[in-house]
Design a protein around this ligand. Sequence first.
Ligand SMILES: [Zn+2]
Length: 324
Amino acid sequence: MKEEEIRPKEIFEEYLELARQDTIRFFSKAAIFPVNCPACDEPGEFAFRKSGFDYEQCPSCLTLFVSPRPEKKAFDLYYEDSPSTKFWATTFYKATEEARREKIWKPKSRLIKEKIEGRLKPESPIVDIGGGYGVFSEEMGKIWVGPIRVVEPSVHLSAVCREKGLDVLECFLENLQPAQLPTGQKCFVSFELVEHLQNPLQFFQTISDLMNENDLFVFTTLSGLGVDIQTLWEDSKSVSPPHHLNFFNPNSIKTLLARVGLSTIEVSTPGKLDMDIMSNNRELIKDRFWRNYLEWADSAALDEMQRFVSEHLLSSHMMVVATK
Ligand SMILES: [Zn+2]
């Protein structure tokens, strides 16, 4: 898989430009508060400033996070209805939906099935938190017997899910009532959401409170110790306020889960794009080893390196399986 297939450069640049304007519109007047490390609650140390947001890194667990961070209300307004989220939900996603379906969601639904099979009954329900465009639910629905319910707060995205005939609840997780959830042992999933959360502890606590014993929670998020983020650092396009505020890592995410009474079954980094992202941004990489490596390595060498990176928890795309 290539980055260009799922993030065509021109449309992605236009999206980033809209996001830059939204950052000013939605966040310049918002109240901001300093926060401690969202994983272990230690005070962080200043790392860099980007688009008006300060990032800190935790000296204990190496989580990278925005602090001070704007109040929750600003993010809620932004995600419910803003030009860049609308552009993402319509133009951007439409242009990439089929590529994403084939390259991301089909393999991801197969991987999720592998992770939960044997731990759940085949007819167990799945609750997709932040279901977005609903493509995961569509694809998972083809290979999973149990019902799938989408929870999606965005006006534009939940409308898309409804048009597809998916079972969607248009609300924020914290407003979800246990009675709205399917009964029996179930699996919560959330993809590429945790990095966006204004208050990760509260989110995980809410999930934990909604979970019964032996329910599963499977999620993907960005690892700040992933090789592309480590080498590109503040120049990484993944480090993109106001979207990405939290970069946990394979260790620190376990700390956070333990704080809300969840235990980690497995952490993996099944990413496929790190080397491609680094190659596309080679001129921004300061580290001599990687700059030179990316210059001389052929595609077979890059594939082999990507495989190694993924297998050794070094990709920035992280998947976690947790239970209560
Ligand atoms: Zn920490």
